[in-house]
Write a protein that binds this ligand. Structure first.
Ligand code: GRG
Length: 287
């Protein structure tokens, strides 16, 4: 898996760079570039492997992988803003609004979101029907039915009278981080006009395991390794999988979810080895 991961990272970096190469020079473009640097590229890897499993070429899947990472970068830039989580460190570097300014960070996020949709119009991906289906699924995943809704619910939860229960935390996670994971995992099936359900099932379990691992890292990870700083999100009193279940039960739950994610890949047989390894990686990672 590592070699494929490294290839995907390099290909996505090149693709994002290419997509921004013709933008006018200046602070906005510099901030967009800055925001897309680094990152584990888990979502891009999902897109590329989903495409490979469904018989699509890397060259066709690459604009989709780049789109997903551009959208993810926007979400992180906006999430880090003082009005949201108010973080000053991301991926081990100053957050976009600290490096530039709040106004530039908001605009860089906006422009990265637009760039993501533009990337999905790339003719290399497939015919117009495929591109339209991808754009429809992507819009649903990242907008008011998906990620943005999850973020809104998460912010509301900060001022709720009672801490959330596990069901409510899962509902928020499924929208806030799960929906983009799901899109990334089913993208290859959409491209191939194939059945997306096994990959959807995989992604649902993987996304939840990923969030639990993130909550565990917030408690156990050291700042230098995770590149994170305590923001509003980590405020005392906010319900997380760790606060609700305790560390050991949270770890056990993540393990069970990874088992389920692996089981969902059964129809793909040995070809899904990389995705099986990815599922293990998300709960064993230290960043
Ligand atoms: C601002 C509209 C809007 C949405 C923000 C995804 C999100 C919604 C906020 C991120 C908050 C957060 C830290 C959630 C925990 C799980 C998560 C998405 C972590 C970041 O993803 P990684 O670990 O990041 O894949 P890298 O840096 O590796 O790309």
């Amino acid at each position: 898996m590592q070699a494929r991961f490294d290839d995907v990272k390099a290909m996505v970096a090149k693709s994002l760079e290419g997509a921004m190469a013709h933008l006018p020079k200046g602070e906005l473009t510099d901030a967009m570039r800055y925001a897309t640097l680094g990152g584990k590229r888990v979502r891009a890897f999902l897109v590329m492997e989903s495409a490979r499993l469904n018989g699509a070429e890397d060259s066709a899947a690459l604009p989709v992988a780049a789109a997903v990472e551009a959208l993810h970068a926007y979400s992180l830039v906006h999430d880090d803003l003082p009005a949201m989580d108010d973080d000053d460190l991301r991926r081990g570097m100053p957050t976009c609004h600290v490096q530039w300014s709040e106004a530039t960070a908001i605009l860089a996020g906006d422009a990265l979101q637009t760039l993501a949709f533009q990337l999905l119009t790339d003719e290399a991906i497939g015919d117009a029907e495929v591109r339209l289906a991808l754009i429809a699924a992507f819009s649903k995943a990242v907008g008011a039915q998906g990620m943005v809704r999850g973020q809104a619910l998460d912010i509301q939860a900060e001022t709720a009278a009672e801490p959330l229960d596990e069901k409510a935390v899962i509902r928020i996670q499924e929208a806030k981080t799960g929906a983009l994971f799901e899109f990334s995992a089913v993208a290859g099936a959409i491209m191939a006009k194939a059945d997306p359900e096994p990959l959807r099932d995989y992604a649902r379990n993987l996304g939840l395991a990923f969030q639990i691992a993130d909550d565990i890292l917030d408690v156990t990870g050291d700042e230098a390794a995770t590149g994170k700083r305590v923001g509003k999100d980590d405020a005392a009193g906010k319900a997380t999988f760790v606060s609700l279940l305790g560390l050991d039960a949270a770890r056990a739950k993540a393990e069970r979810l990874v088992d389920k994610a692996e089981a969902a890949l059964e129809p793909y047989g040995d070809a899904a080895g990389n995705l099986r390894e990815l599922a293990r990686f998300v709960i064993e990672r230290d960043t």
